[in-house]
Design a protein around this ligand. Structure first.
Ligand code: ATP
Ligand code: MG
Length: 450
């Protein structure tokens, strides 16, 4: 309680001033980062930069996840070398980015992301610096290519737990923002004034949710407070970047927890506006939860998840509303579905892009939902040869376990796939003229979607 009051007071008194950082060096015997947990490519990059006379540290998720006893997804390096200097040192590297210029050093499938220490241009009167760091009228950072010291770099990072640096020369962990304490308290805290930091880059709100779900951390009160109000700022973020963020949110193995958090912080609406509207109007979201639960289980088993399956599930409630609306206006079921699909995708790509290689298969999953009940004659075999059959069948199972359909059809398809020709003939001959009926909706009588 006292701590919260103190936090509030400190925010009121000086929250928007740049945070004063106190450097703390933690020697090798007082932390759990060991060289063996760091990939060879990451070590190679650190050593070569050091040898060439530059400062270089492992930073971000690489240090954070090792300290938490986990396996980092990738390794990020921060250095005093400029992107051009890094590029010159590694033949297997490429310069990328405009908003942030960074270097990717490629080792087979592993990519080490190397960033130059970023400076804080708002503290300087240097014209060339402010030219390199631009903000929009909403406080959004458009460009941030001012280079600086390691301390300044720490200040520009998002969460305290992401601003821990590991030095491979003396094996110390360097903590500027109290990240180790926050790691121990299992909480996410933005560095600096939260509102300013979210305005600079609204994606930080999504990152807060992603890390909270992935690490099972709480979000510190001050860091959490502005999120609901600032959530709409995400609509200013380019659709392609939001598409990438959505994939990161739902493919880290904690999709269901992430979804809960997104909903409770009003962050679903900027990502999936039509879905959020459908849910607010009472459309059930059990299918989304069930799909995310399955996705999480798949990831735990080391299987891949496809973006089109994920998007097919996330947009399903929106599709249902639009499909039903069209049928209620008298459109026949099939054309109503096609029109609804086009409409829902058309609206979604205003929020997050959906590359064509994913929107095509997503449409097919949806369309196949109408074909799966129709199995007579040669239909079942033809449907099974469809390149998207497997995904559509999985989707059907999800619909059944979400309680949207009476169980039966999914099991029939499971058997049909497992059978030989004679078994298949038997299954087909047992088919009654009518397929399984959809469960009646609680709110809307006469649902005609099968
Ligand atoms: P993971 O790779 O496990 O998703 P990470 O923390 O390494 O987590 P990255 O996206 O790889 O995340 O970014 C590396 C580091 O760069 C972060 O730890 C953080 O310090 C900094 N960073 C990334 N995105 C932002 C951002 N939007 N604002 C401020 N700092 C950021
Ligand atoms: Mg990373």
């Amino acid at each position: 309680m006292l701590k919260q009051v103190k936090q509030r007071l400190s925010r009121l008194l000086g929250g928007s001033k740049p945070q004063k950082l106190v450097r703390r060096d933690i020697p090798r015997d007082e932390h759990s980062v060991s060289r063996s947990a760091i990939s060879d490519p990451a070590k190679k990059v650190l050593h070569r930069l050091n040898k060439a006379g530059f400062e270089a540290y492992l930073v971000g998720g690489g240090v954070r996840d090792i300290l938490l006893g986990g396996q980092p997804k990738d390794f990020d390096v921060a250095t005093s070398a400029t992107p051009e200097e890094v590029h010159a040192l590694f033949r297997n590297s490429r310069l990328i980015g405009r908003r942030f210029r960074i270097v990717h050093v490629l080792f087979g499938r592993e990519v080490i992301e190397v960033t130059t220490f970023r400076g804080n241009a708002t503290d300087t009167t240097d014209d060339s610096a402010s030219d390199q760091r631009k903000t929009s009228e909403h406080g959004l950072l458009l460009r941030d290519n001012v280079y600086g010291s390691m301390e300044e770099d720490a200040l520009r990072r998002d969460f305290t737990i992401n601003a821990l640096y590991y030095c491979i020369r003396d094996f110390t962990v360097i903590d500027f923002a109290g990240g180790v304490e926050d790691l121990n308290n299992r909480q996410l805290r933005l560095i600096g004034d939260p509102e300013t930091r979210y305005r600079e880059d609204p994606v930080r709100m999504l990152r807060a949710i992603r890390f909270a779900a992935k690490l099972d951390f709480s979000i510190e009160t001050g860091t959490e407070a502005p999120i609901r109000e600032l959530a709409p700022l995400l609509t200013h973020i380019p659709a392609a970047r939001l598409f990438d963020e959505v994939l990161k949110l739902f493919s880290a193995g904690h999709g269901e927890a992430t979804y809960e958090l997104l909903r409770s912080y009003d962050l679903l609406a900027p990502l999936f506006p039509e879905t959020a509207r459908a849910l607010d109007a009472g459309e059930p979201d059990e299918l989304i939860r069930q799909a995310l639960r399955n996705t999480d289980a798949r990831i735990r088993q080391g299987k891949s998840v496809t973006p089109y399956f994920l998007f097919a599930a996330m947009l399903w409630p929106a599709l249902q509303v639009e499909w039903r609306r069209r049928q209620d206006q008298g459109e026949p079921i099939q054309p109503a579905l096609h029109q609804a699909i086009a409409k829902v995708i058309g609206r979604q790509i205003q929020a997050t892009s959906i590359p064509k290689r994913f929107s095509g298969p997503m449409k097919e999953i949806w369309e196949l939902q109408m074909r799966l009940p129709r199995r007579q004659g040669k239909r079942a075999l033809t449907t099974m040869e469809h390149p998207r059959f497997r995904a559509a069948y999985d989707f059907l199972l999800v619909r059944e376990s979400a309680g949207e359909l009476e169980p039966g059809l999914g099991g029939w398809w499971t058997d049909f796939q497992a059978c030989d020709d004679r078994g298949r003939e038997r299954l087909l001959s047992q088919l009654s003229a009518s397929g399984p009926k959809p469960r009646r909706r609680r709110r809307k009588p006469g649902n005609r979607n099968a």
